[in-house]
Design a protein around this ligand. Structure first.
Ligand code: MN
Length: 248
């Protein structure tokens, strides 16, 4: 049986005054997981912990997707003037599930907002707006008017990181569609990639569990860079191994 990977949804506002909103996950993540051999399970926006528990108990891995900003109250800060939209319902779902996964050693892959979710779930914190808070930083906000696959800056990987192992390189060019970034990685996580301006672009768990967060969007680079497929494949292999009761 293929491993099942839960992906928490974003809340989409009602499209008319008669609507009630929707739970949505961008198709790009589903495609990337399926190509890698995983089965995506869309997890709804809900305020019911028992719903999350029932779904969580069936998961072999957790994928934290991109999206809007995390409410800074979640890491003990007040809103910066450049803070973007937040999604309190999604924050609650993801910040309920992620600590469970970290405590249980379930494989977790965080992408863009997802690396930030991972960090905040582990007690870390974020730059709420790179451009105004980090002097000398490169531009990281290549959206919405650029192709999502645009290679916008390099990242340097730590030689003994998992990422360096399954990407097979210590430096790569990545896309960049974010205005926030991880400031403090959080307990049990270490920084495994930075852009040339020092912005954190990847973090990983420092234990045996397969926990990886990347600030770029590998799901948009699958067709251009085979190394990005290796990232999803390594994640799915870890999910499968956990399902089979093995370690990777
Ligand atoms: Mn970037």
């Amino acid at each position: 049986m293929k491993p099942i990977v839960g992906i928490p949804s974003a809340f989409q506002e009602p499209q008319s005054k008669f609507g009630g909103g929707a739970s949505v996950v961008p198709q790009s993540y589903l495609r990337a997981l399926e190509i890698a051999g995983g089965v995506p399970l869309l997890m709804p926006i809900t305020d019911q912990e028992s719903t999350l528990q029932a779904l969580y108990s069936r998961l072999d891995g957790l994928l934290l997707a991109g999206g809007v900003d995390i409410d800074p109250v979640r890491f003990g800060e007040s809103p910066h003037p450049e803070l973007g939209k937040v999604d309190a319902q999604r924050d609650w779902v993801e910040l309920t599930l992620t600590p469970w996964a970290l405590a249980d050693g379930l494989p977790v892959l965080g992408i863009c907002r997802g690396i930030q979710t991972l960090s905040v779930a582990a007690g870390g914190s974020l730059w709420q707006d790179i451009a105004t808070q980090v002097p000398g930083a490169l531009q990281h906000t290549y959206y919405p008017d650029y192709p999502y696959s645009r290679l916008s800056h390099s990242v340097q990987l730590e030689p003994d990181s998992r990422l360096a192992d399954f990407l097979g390189d210590l430096e790569l060019e990545v896309n960049s569609l974010h205005h926030q970034a991880v400031k403090d990685a959080g307990t049990g996580l270490w920084v495994t990639a930075r852009s040339p301006d020092g912005i954190i672009e990847a973090i990983e768990g420092d234990g045996e569990a397969w926990v990886v967060g990347v600030q770029w969007h590998p799901e948009w680079l699958l067709d251009d860079d085979p190394r990005m497929r290796h990232l999803f494949e390594a994640f799915v292999i870890a999910c499968q191994a956990g399902r089979d009761g093995k370690k990777v």
